[in-house]
Write a protein that binds this ligand. Structure first.
Ligand code: ZN
Length: 358
């Protein structure tokens, strides 16, 4: 989910940071039991870089099904180590929720650990992972070096509120670890794909992999364990600040409503803590409705996008998600509202949202 934030930062200009010695592992994970046979492997401090996608492990009779792989080779090794603490069974299926690297660039460690592993995604996700949307991976380490250098200057800017400076200071401190973690990355596209629905049967913990419609990307997979009543949403749901980079706002709402129609007791978002009700998804749907309702009429009246941004009022929404926290407020603009307004504008004008672009 970092790309929008990188865009904001890089537009402001910065210089390259260099890593000294072996930096600390900024991708380290912890594991939480969701329910019987389902575990969540997550990076604490979800609102500080590196933004790492959640990993969900579902234990079937003969092996494990894992949702997402961590966002770097180091993250992948950390996740594999956590999985091995949970079970001696092999991972038989690795499922990608979508193509963004923070969910799949750790897959090499899975391939090394379990050579019989099959990787599954939607056909669209595979297409994105073998095409231009993944090009950014080549310059990822440099981008993070630039971001850390910029963060260090922001952390020293006494005109900024302390909580914001603290956020930048944490980002700067994580810089060398991110630069090291994002070096020499390889993409592992899925070797099996599906379009609407894929079943991985099991007596105790069957898994249904679903495409419910476009939303966060053009090929989001949702993973549903009906017996455990756990759903892994990928970045269709990200908390506490949603992520909107290449989203399709109207279709996203429809997809979230289908997600809500599943009889889940636990929802594991793409980032952020597990949810046990529909309150946050409702809040997200209301936010998308709100922005579409404000942007749509202006976009259709040919008001330029910059002018639309000046005319609409996002303060109440920002407060709903970020409260009075300046760092969360920064993230709200950097990874959610800025892109959401652009995408709602395009949607209202019948223009395409293209994965990996603008
Ligand atoms: Zn993500």
């Amino acid at each position: 989910m970092i790309r929008a934030m990188l865009g904001v930062v890089l537009a402001l200009g910065s210089s390259v940071a260099t890593a000294a010695q072996t930096p600390p592992d900024v991708f380290a994970r912890q594991t939480l039991a969701v329910t019987d046979r389902v575990h969540l492997i997550y990076k604490p401090a979800v609102t500080d870089p590196p933004f790492e996608g959640n990993v969900v492990v579902i234990e079937q009779g003969r092996g494990l099904v894992v949702v997402d792989a961590g966002g770097s080779p180091i993250a992948g090794r950390d996740v594999v180590a956590e999985i091995r603490k949970l079970s001696k069974k092999p991972v038989r299926w690795l499922i990608y929720t979508h193509y963004h690297g923070d969910h799949n660039l750790g897959a090499g460690a899975f391939r090394d650990a379990w050579p019989g592993l099959r990787i599954l995604s939607t056909a669209k996700t595979r297409e994105n992972m073998t095409g231009a949307p993944m090009d950014y991976v080549r310059t990822y380490a440099k981008s993070y070096g630039d971001m850390a250098a910029y963060a260090a200057t922001q952390a020293r800017d006494e005109h900024l509120p302390k909580a914001l400076r603290d956020g930048w200071a944490r980002t700067a401190a994580a810089g060398p670890g991110m630069v090291a973690g994002y070096a020499d990355m390889r993409v592992y596209p899925a070797d099996r794909t599906f379009t609407d629905h894929f079943s991985i049967p099991d007596r105790a913990a069957p898994v249904e992999v679903l495409f419910l419609g476009r939303g966060n990307t053009d090929g989001d997979a949702v993973v549903w364990a009906p017996k455990q009543r756990v759903v892994a949403s990928g970045d269709l749901v990200v908390a506490p600040i949603p992520y909107a980079a290449h989203t399709y706002p109207g279709e996203w709402i429809a997809t979230l409503k289908k997600l809500e129609a599943l009889d889940f007791a636990y929802l594991v978002p793409g980032h952020g803590p597990m949810e046990t009700d529909r309150a946050y998804v409702d809040k997200l749907i209301a936010a998308l409705d709100n922005v579409r309702a404000q942007v749509g009429p202006l976009a259709r009246a040919d008001v330029p996008l910059d002018e639309v941004r000046r005319r609409i009022d996002l303060k109440p929404l920002r407060h709903d998600f970020a409260g009075d926290d300046p760092w969360l407020g920064f993230l709200f603009s950097a990874v959610f509202s800025g892109d959401l307004v652009s995408n709602a504008y395009k949607e209202a004008r019948g223009e395409a949202v293209i994965q990996g672009k603008g």
